[in-house]
Ligand binder design. Structure first.
Ligand code: C2O
Length: 523
């Protein structure tokens, strides 16, 4: 724990090596990474390497009770994994409780030695981690919410590399400074590590060229605003072409249907070398909190690079066609304020965490931990994006969906209007997937697939399902193990918007889950 002062108040936070955000992990494609985690805090801890494929090494993936039991206070665990065929920006974060609020950092995977970027080499690379800050203890915030059955308090500020910048509750708060030299091009590796907020990122007077998302190269395109959902990363080229001056850097929330007011903008400064400190900063107005058209056009512009070196291997023949509804519901709770609690679901299943990890139960054939009957379609049909159904209750279960090794999956994620339509950044562990289509309203299984992009759809690990709409993704189940899938808004994960895929071992010599390391924590 480390005492940290922000927004004019001090609290102890959980960190990696005393830093917020944590230290950047720098490696190269195909490197093997060893991270020894020693738990010096009073909480159980796990760390997830978000977007690292973990081919056959699910034991190092990190989600508590899915692939490992937590590292208890005083214990140690060595995460050991290889960055096979991956390069780009990812992030690591705690994957238990709400510890990732402060326990997170960047993963920078450089291309193999001698392999250039598919764009001109930038003068310098800069990691930019966006996050959220609560004045109160974050675990207390979610515990209170769980007891009342209501939504947790929203954060008090957003941060850019740990700095909120001046806000009305603390005008003396400092902001992040990005020093640049005139004429040079920078690559910003921007990460959204926030718990519960999609964030816009902007710099006054400057444009960006998007070149990569979620550690997959994209066709370059120009924009003055980017939208990054929690768990997503975006690499931007920024040319410092204004010569001199100071320009505002801004990170502000996007909420399509704002349920709570959380519209505080984190601000920093892009500072040209040679510019006097007292020169006024050119400001930028952040997009409206509900600037949905802007988000839609940004999302639509994303395409995978699909070059000879980096082809988009979109599965064309589909073995498993799945349709999952996602949203919020209500379950009875005698001790809660309204006699019920807010929950969340996939196909009406609110996921219950097991008491040992599903991967261990699968590997050692331990019965009674999970069932493999996760529904491939919603249990009841209704107009998902119309008026909400009369029954908004969900069922509970620790259910997984089973996939044969190397089978192909098409998964349509349909947002629902149950309680409130909301956009959900859904993250899949263990795979990258292709976003082949998306739209508003209800998915139409006859018409919509005709419009799918099977040529150069963007490849990523976290995708925002639009508010009152749907997204279709495809992936190949070429990674045996147990792979969590959940909404990356931490409040929705807590409420149960999560499930797991179980990919069976293949028959080949390199097609099964490797044995667990001897220091795998016990529950
Ligand atoms: Cu970045 Cu399962 O999370």
């Amino acid at each position: 724990m480390k005492n940290t002062t922000k927004l004019c108040s001090t609290k102890p936070i959980v960190t990696v090596n005393g830093k917020f955000p944590g230290p950047t992990l720098v490696a190269r494609e195909d490197d093997t990474v060893l991270v020894k985690v020693v738990n010096h805090v009073d909480y159980n801890v796990t760390i997830h390497w978000h977007g690292v494929r973990q081919l056959r090494t699910g034991w190092a993936d990190g989600p508590a009770y899915i692939t490992q039991c937590p590292i208890q206070p005083g214990q140690t665990y060595l995460y050991n994994f290889t960055l096979t065929g991956q390069r780009g920006t990812l992030l690591y974060h705690a994957h238990i409780l709400w510890l990732r609020a402060t326990l997170h950092g960047a993963i920078v995977i450089l291309p193999k030695r001698g392999v250039p970027y598919p764009f001109p080499k930038p003068h310098q690379e800069v990691v930019i981690v966006l996050a959220e800050w609560w004045k109160s203890d974050v675990e207390a915030v979610i515990n209170e919410a769980q007891q009342s059955g209501l939504a947790p308090n929203v954060s008090d500020a957003h941060t850019i590399n740990g700095y909120p910048g001046p806000v009305s509750s603390c005008p003396s708060e400092g902001g992040y400074t990005l020093p640049v030299e005139p004429g040079k091009t920078y690559m910003l590796r921007v990460i959204n590590a926030a718990l519960n907020e999609d964030l816009f990122f902007k710099i006054a007077g400057h444009n960006f060229t998007v070149v990569e998302v979620d550690a997959s190269y994209t066709k370059p395109f120009k924009t003055d605003t980017v939208l990054i959902a929690p768990g997503q990363t975006t690499n931007l080229l920024l040319t410092a072409n204004l010569g001199t001056g100071k320009f505002m850097v801004a990170a502000s929330p996007f909420e399509d249907a704002p349920v709570a007011v959380d519209n505080i903008t984190a601000t920093g400064t892009l500072h040209y070398s040679g510019t006097l400190d007292d020169k006024a900063t050119i400001v930028t107005i952040p997009p409206a909190q509900n600037a949905t058209p802007l988000v839609d056009s940004f999302t639509d512009a994303l395409r995978s690079l699909n070059s000879k070196e980096y082809p988009a291997r979109v599965p064309l023949k589909i073995d498993h066609s799945l349709f999952f509804t996602i949203g919020l519901g209500i379950n009875p709770c005698a001790t809660c304020v309204n006699g019920n609690r807010v929950v969340a679901y996939i196909n009406n299943v609110t996921f219950d965490m097991p008491s040992i990890s599903i991967l261990e139960a699968h590997f050692f054939n331990i019965k009674g931990v999970y069932t493999d009957d996760f529904p491939r379609n919603p249990p009841n049909k209704y107009n998902y994006t119309g008026t909400q159904p009369t029954n908004v209750q969900t069922m509970n279960g620790t259910r997984v969906y089973r996939l044969r090794y190397n089978s192909t999956v098409q998964l349509v994620l349909q947002d629902t209007a149950m309680l409130a339509p909301e956009s959900h950044p859904v993250h899949l562990h263990g795979f990258n997937f292709f976003t082949v289509g998306s739209g508003l309203g209800n998915y139409n299984a006859k018409k919509d697939p005709k419009k799918f992009n099977l040529v150069d759809p963007v490849e990523r690990n976290t995708i925002s399902v639009p508010t009152g709409g749907w997204t279709a993704i495809r992936f190949r189940a070429d990674n045996p193990g147990v792979w969590f899938m959940h909404c990356h808004l931490e409040v929705h994960t807590t409420w149960g918007l999560k499930m797991a895929f179980l990919v069976d071992n293949g028959k080949g010599p390199n097609e099964s889950v490797l044995p667990p390391p001897s220091d795998l924590p016990k529950c």
